[in-house]
Design a protein around this ligand. Structure first.
Ligand SMILES: Cc1cc2nc3c(=O)[nH]c(=O)nc-3n(C[C@H](O)[C@H](O)[C@H](O)COP(=O)(O)O)c2cc1C
Length: 198
């Protein structure tokens, strides 16, 4: 299996260094039990007031019609995701009750989605989140009521070597991984002021 571990500066959990967003998948289907385990992980995410403002529309490849519905709302730049075994659309419940907006809904959907990402990683499945899809079309095709907003799509599958991808995608999946240093995002006292943590 192709690994792309994060080049870390401080030791962190192995699951976090091993997770990355793969684009190459094999034909091997994801089992029903594996899919259930992914959503069990989502279920146990924390959320503001335990509101659990997430829903997921899921389709396995064998559910041809449902899979195609989800695939049809992907941007063309994310066509590689059609090779995955499972497509998922994450949806936020925008209010806690009528007229009472939930300011944290998208945040909580992100937490549940990252739980899926990490559980997939723990199960040696490939995973990739995608903002590149048509949210309006998704609401239409999937008949999502107005109270709910499509947030992001995800693909899960058994990972393949990036060698199996066309050249431009292969390069993306094999280049070194980068992150901002602490000095650009960890502040002390006031905005923009960073001191060494150690
Ligand atoms: C909300 C969200 C939307 C994303 N949308 C896309 C996308 O549409 N297409 C894509 O190829 N990657 C997408 N990504 C993947 C990011 O590019 C990727 O997470 C980032 O480059 C860091 O790489 P890593 O996940 O391998 O650590 C998205 C990630 C997130 C969290």
């Amino acid at each position: 299996v192709f690994e792309r571990p994060a080049p870390i500066n401080h030791p962190i959990h192995e699951l976090l260094t091993r997770r990355w967003s793969t684009r190459a998948f094999t034909d091997q289907p994801v089992t029903d039990e594996d899919v259930a385990r992914l959503f069990e992980a989502a279920r146990w995410a924390p959320s503001s007031g335990n509101g659990q403002p997430w829903s997921f529309i899921v389709a396995q490849r064998k559910q041809t019609e449902e899979f195609e519905k989800l695939a049809s709302v992907l941007n063309s730049g994310n066509s590689w995701a059609r090779a995955g075994g499972v497509l998922i659309l994450a949806v936020a419940t925008l209010d806690r009750s009528p007229g009472n907006a939930n300011r944290h809904a998208w945040f909580d959907v992100g937490l549940a989605s990252e739980n899926i990402a990490l559980q997939a990683c723990a199960m040696r499945l490939g995973f990739h989140m995608m903002a590149g899809f048509n949210a309006e079309k998704a609401s239409e095709v999937l008949e999502i009521p107005e109270r709910y907003a499509p947030v992001a799509m995800m693909v899960v599958g058994h990972p393949a070597h990036p060698d199996t991808l066309e050249e431009s995608l292969r390069d993306k999946d094999m280049k070194p991984r980068h992150r901002k240093p602490f000095s650009e995002f960890v502040f002390t006292g006031k905005w923009g002021v960073s001191e060494p943590l150690v």
